[in-house]
Design a protein. Structure first.
Length: 247
């Protein structure tokens, strides 16, 4: 039988009577956060996101049409980028779990497993120097994975990338974070959760006053290579470009 996307969704649709029971491997539970070695330990450097004192006050109806918004008056700042990261995927609450705490995040997630990661490609250097960054929600830190302006590379990978894009957020999925619990249904949940994160991101960028655009058509391999991810474990699933103003 040839497996098609439609067939996959049919056989993995939610049906309590068809669930396959299995024990939970708590010892093998995946880490909910992706971390990189920091410079102090011969690792990577980056940029700490500043603390947030105020959040955008735009009405929800005003941020639903980011593609039609006019150009922003100022270039993107690190403080604004910090707000966008917090609103889109940041930690929002905690609950006691065993001897420690479990932290919830701003987007909803199946089983609160949070299988998605967020990266940022900076072009214009207004908020941070040009390069590719991993957005750490647990430590409020942008880890620099690559230095340099990769706008032309990303234009080749994302055909509809706007010419005035100041940067691009790339959302990926780490599949085992969901498969650990949901097995064969995991892939659909990674996509659903990625959609929640992408919409949060779109609204956060728009609330900050910047036009943005969702991108689903792109060269997966080019993006995964740029991010340096293991394609057998993690893959790019969505992009959100942000258009910046002039300082």
């Amino acid at each position: 039988m040839r497996m098609t996307p439609q067939k996959y969704h049919e056989i993995t649709s939610y049906d309590r009577s068809a669930m396959e029971p299995h024990d939970m491997d708590w010892a093998g539970q995946p880490d909910p956060y992706k971390s990189y070695p920091v410079k102090e330990k011969s690792g990577l450097d980056g940029v700490a996101l500043p603390e947030i004192e105020t959040l955008p006050e735009a009405a929800l109806e005003a941020v639903y049409t980011p593609e039609t918004a006019g150009p922003p008056e100022a270039a993107l700042t690190l403080e604004t980028l910090s707000k966008i990261c917090l609103l889109s995927g940041g930690l929002t609450a905690r609950s006691r779990q065993g001897s420690g705490y479990f932290y919830f995040r701003s987007p909803p997630s199946a089983g609160a497993l949070y299988p998605n990661e967020m990266y940022y490609a900076a072009f214009d250097g207004s908020a941070c120097s040009p390069g590719i960054y991993h957005c750490g929600v647990h430590n409020r830190f942008l880890t620099r994975l690559r230095s340099g302006d990769f706008k032309n590379y990303l234009k080749a990978a994302i055909p509809e990338l706007p010419a005035n894009a100041a940067g691009v957020f790339i959302i990926s999925g780490i599949f085992f974070r969901s498969a650990w619990k949901y097995r064969k249904r995991a892939y659909r949940y990674v996509l659903l959760d990625g959609g929640h994160l992408a919409e949060n991101l779109r609204l956060a960028v728009s609330a900050a006053g910047y036009p943005c655009r969702l991108h689903h058509a792109f060269d997966d391999r080019k993006l995964d290579t740029l991010l340096g991810v293991d394609e057998s474990r993690e893959g790019s699933i969505c992009c959100v470009s942000i258009s910046g103003g002039t300082a």
